[in-house]
Design a protein around this ligand. Structure first.
Ligand SMILES: Cc1ncc(COP(=O)(O)O)c(C=O)c1O
Length: 382
């Protein structure tokens, strides 16, 4: 994209960035203007429901599944819409055949949405192992690979990108080890999708849960679960959604109760979904897909380069990895006085947060090198 087109798109979709340096996409992704307009237009029509048809509403969901599938290079039949990541992780924890004596392997310090759904399996006698992290607090992949030689490890659940330090899991290597051990790989993808490419036909993930409210620039209430096609038929949904059964598309015969779950991943969808949020997600995903996730990842690499260089000169330290396999768009910085530095950034109109003792900077495709240069000045001065 030319610089002029980039500026034009940034100004059009996020006009408020003229006044604010927003580096907090890992907390809340902003809605592009085009997405907000679609939400507003729908809200106006929602006030007059006689103008909405069931067919149109169902098509909105179908379009959202298609957009999510495109993002992952998945088949649309493998997508179930879900309101957040937690529902997706619980779907995996509730549907996968783990029994007393089996082990679920997690890395310590994961975001709790990817911990509690597994911890409660302890009540069923499942052993949930919180694997030690590296001294930096990152998942210890060599250790996880060692554990993936134990046949009792039935599930590995890990974030694509860690929320507190931006560590991107080497899903290709972990996935291969899982396959060899007959272990199911479940990924919490909310901190990665939208900023890091992921092709599920290339990378051996099995189940992936993702809320769309961060890097996918979508409203709260929108998200999805992806389930590898070979697994769908064997997984019994932990909650029985009324639309999850064959035959429920015909609203004139709803009490002809079926007994068969749908053959595709819609068997994991629960109840009436938020149509407007899902439609908005489609608009935001289409924007990201038009920009190209590879291009976004490259843009973020360019943005973080000066931060990495300054850290290597000793201006401050980074608590994020900087190698090509594990780096991501989340860059976490530690200065002598993190709270003071954070206050200085806030004073200068830079929006970012403190997480686990570091300042978390999470720029997205619309952030600029000039913005990072200003942040760098503050980081080195404070
Ligand atoms: C790794 C990770 N998983 C999950 C979530 C959120 O989960 P949910 O979409 O269920 O609110 C977050 C952040 O809020 C996160 O950083």
């Amino acid at each position: 994209m030319t610089n002029a087109r980039f500026r034009e798109l940034r100004d059009r979709e996020f006009p408020w960035t003229a006044d604010v340096t927003y580096l907090n996409n890992a907390s809340i992704g902003p809605l592009p203007e085009r997405t907000r307009r679609v939400l507003d237009a729908f809200a106006a029509r929602r006030a007059t429901p006689h103008l909405l048809s069931d067919r149109e509403l169902q098509q909105m969901l179908a379009d959202a599944r298609t957009a999510a599938a495109r993002l992952l290079n998945a088949a649309v039949e493998e997508i179930a819409l879900a309101p957040n990541t937690t529902v997706g992780v619980n779907t995996a924890a509730g549907a996968l055949p783990v029994a007393a004596g089996d082990t679920v392997l997690l890395s310590d310090r994961e975001f709790p949405a990817n911990v509690y759904p597994w911890l409660v399996l302890r009540e069923r006698g499942v052993h949930v192992e919180l694997a030690r992290t590296t001294p930096e607090g990152w998942p210890d992949e060599p250790y996880l690979l060692e554990r993936l030689r134990d046949p009792r490890v039935r599930v590995l659940a890990i974030s694509f990108v860690q929320f507190s330090n931006g560590f991107r899991a080497d899903l290709a290597t972990l996935g291969r080890a899982c396959r060899e051990n007959g272990t199911v790989l479940v990924v919490d993808a909310i901190q990665g999708l939208g900023q890091c490419p992921l092709d599920v036909r290339e990378i051996p993930v099995d189940v992936l849960a993702c809320g769309a409210q961060k890097w996918l620039l979508s409203p709260w209430g929108a998200g999805f679960v992806w389930v590898r096609r070979e697994l769908i038929a064997d997984l019994r949904p932990p909650m029985a959604g009324w639309m999850a059964f064959e035959g429920t598309d015909d609203f004139t015969r709803l009490t002809d109760y079926g007994t068969a779950y749908r053959a595709d991943a819609r068997r994991f969808e629960v109840g009436t979904l938020p149509f407007q949020e899902m439609q908005a997600m489609t608009v935001s995903l289409d924007l990201l897909l038009d920009l190209g996730i590879d291009g976004i990842a490259e843009h973020l690499r360019v943005l973080r380069r000066p931060l990495v260089e300054a850290a290597s000169r000793g201006a401050f330290s980074l608590t994020s990895p900087t190698d090509g396999v594990h780096e991501s768009g989340i860059v976490c910085v530690r200065t002598d006085d993190v709270a003071r530095t954070h206050a200085a950034l806030r004073q200068a109109g830079v929006v970012c947060v403190m997480r686990e003792g570091s300042i978390r900077l999470s720029p997205h495709w619309y952030n600029t090198s000039e913005e990072i240069a200003r942040v760098l000045e503050i980081l080195t001065d404070s």
